[in-house]
Design a protein around this ligand. Structure first.
Ligand code: G1P
Length: 300
């Protein structure tokens, strides 16, 4: 069956990173479990996958990541305690994360880079297009990006990356795309990709943000991809091979995202995400905003 038209149902979430930017908080707790308001960061990402119709989620984990498995599993002890108390509201919160998707786990073993993490998903994914969501990138739930990327993949086939314009001085933190326009306003054809270029060498200011919809041909390419930047097997390098030669796995397109994205792997952006999402919450927002206004006026 034509890859372009087969429904996409699997999402892969690499979550093996050590989270050193958040030490000591991440000494014994996975960085993915750090709360953004009152939900672990990773739950937003799984909710995003489920919201885009991807009900089969594979997490690529490593040592010390057991709390992730527990979070997306049932917790009968807590559930029965809350049932006895008649606390239906909190019971629903406990059950929410275990009802989101069918969860699977695989361990990465050696941390050999994002490309290697994605390759660990090959036996689970098989010969289907699939999505990859990076846990550090939090996309505001009101700005659906992944659903649009799935739609674009169904139209054009091949692979789709999420791109966002960044300050040219920041491009060295991201994979960067060379692009040509397409007939769709928010879609570009990707002609080349380079991982974390120096500003002077960057082909554009379009950065890859952590969402991908990939043709399964990427697995064979990853097997042949030599370690790149930082001595790691880079997903960007494998996608460059696909972009260079459409015969390998179809074209690579980019969806240019203009919505709200937070990098929860960065401490400053993590704090901004919490403040923004807290302000917008119906239950917490009104009181929190009143306090924030007076705090900013008095203290800043
Ligand atoms: C990874 C990718 C990079 C991408 C970024 C998005 O880098 O290698 O191409 O732009 O995610 O967040 P990392 O941030 O893991 O170093």
């Amino acid at each position: 069956m034509n890859q372009a038209h087969r429904r996409i149902s699997k999402a892969v979430i690499p979550a093996a990173g050590l989270g050193t930017r958040f030490l000591p908080a991440t000494k014994a707790t996975p960085k993915e479990m750090l709360p953004v308001v009152d939900k672990p960061a990773i739950q937003y990402v799984v909710e995003e996958a489920a919201g885009a119709g991807l009900s089969d989620v594979l997490m690529v984990t490593g040592r010390n990541k057991r709390p992730l498995e527990d979070h997306f599993d049932r917790n009968y002890e807590l559930e029965s305690a809350l049932t006895k108390k008649g606390d239906a509201h909190r019971l629903a919160k406990v059950q929410e994360s275990s009802d989101l998707a069918t969860m699977h786990y695989v361990r990465q073993g050696d941390p050999r880079g994002l490309g290697h993490a994605v390759l660990c998903a090959a036996p689970h994914v098989g010969d289907e297009a699939f999505a990859v969501l990076l846990g550090d990138d939090l996309i505001d739930p009101r700005d659906p990006l992944l659903a649009r990327m799935v739609e674009v993949q169904q139209t054009y086939g091949g692979s789709v990356v999420a791109l966002m314009e960044v300050d040219p001085q920041q491009i060295h933190l991201y994979g960067c795309a060379a692009v040509e326009p397409s007939d769709d306003g928010d879609v570009v054809k990707v002609t080349g990709l380079v991982e974390k270029p120096e500003p002077a060498e960057a082909p554009s200011n379009l950065a890859i943000i952590g969402r991908y919809v990939l043709d399964p041909a990427v697995f064979d390419v990853l097997r042949e991809t030599a370690p790149g930047r930082g001595g790691e097997i880079q997903l960007t390098d494998a996608l460059q091979t696909l972009a260079e030669d459409e015969k390998v796995g179809g074209p690579v397109h980019g969806v240019v995202f203009r919505g709200r994205r937070y990098d929860t792997g960065d401490r400053g952006d993590y704090l901004r995400a919490i403040v923004r999402l807290a302000c917008e919450r119906g239950d917490l927002g009104p009181d929190f905003k009143t306090w924030l206004r007076s705090y900013v006026t008095e203290e800043m």
